[in-house]
Design a protein around this ligand. Sequence first.
Ligand code: PAF
Length: 286
Amino acid sequence: MNTVKTVRELRAAVARARGEGKRIAFVPTMGNLHSGHVALVTKAAQRADFVVASIFVNPLQFGAGEDLDKYPRTLPADQEKLLQAGCHLLFAPSVEEMYPDGMAGQTRVSVPQLSEGLCGASRPGHFEGVATVVSKLFNMVQPDLAVFGQKDFQQLAVIRALVHDLNMPIQIIGEPTVRADDGLALSSRNGFLSPEQRAVAPVVYRGLSQIAEAIRQGQRDYPALVAGQLQQLEAAGLRPDYLEIRHARTLLPATQEDRDLVILVAAFLGTTRLIDNLHLDLDATA
Ligand code: PAF
């Protein structure tokens, strides 16, 4: 696996692979890779002949006071994991390479509606930062397909929308969330949890599962279901940001008639913000 740091080297390496008739897959990441990322790269390697990954902690998607500075940077360990998972080319640019003219005047990509609410409400500008950097990366790599984790459910919806709306000929694949044995969704931010917090954290997924089970059993009083689980999160010592039941495609608040649902949660455990979701297609499980 080759690691390149400039757009020029990246384009040259991808052009060589294209010249050999290879199908290109792309997995953008912010590094500090865990088994969830490895699953994305593995999927990419199954679907294409040449896998490009990127590691770039994108300042544009972090708000003031968020964890940009303490976001873990672990390049040598990440390179090893990417190699094992079947990655051919790693793009690991500097901030200057990605934003050579600074960020203030940078053209932005914004996806209205889907970016509002949920994580968009508590992280203003976050999805604009994500949509902008992903658009830039897509234009640099020009892959046939790209793989993202379903753990960032709203992010995946935003990326699907931007690819559709901007007519980018890129297939977007969503990969299921990888979980620890106790249900906690794998995340680079789990490393910030103390052992005590780590022991409590699975309550987040348990809450989602309990709501899903209640809905499967026919309960449709969504406000009551949400209120009950919010209480449980608080009792466990978390500070919920949101817990919502939405339509899985539009991300609009779920109606009693909706069959394709997603339950989404964000909650602080100490200073660490955990997110998770559970997709519940009532027609698929009926
Ligand atoms: O999900 C992430 O790691 C990031 O938001 C992404 C898609 C790599 C854009 O910076």
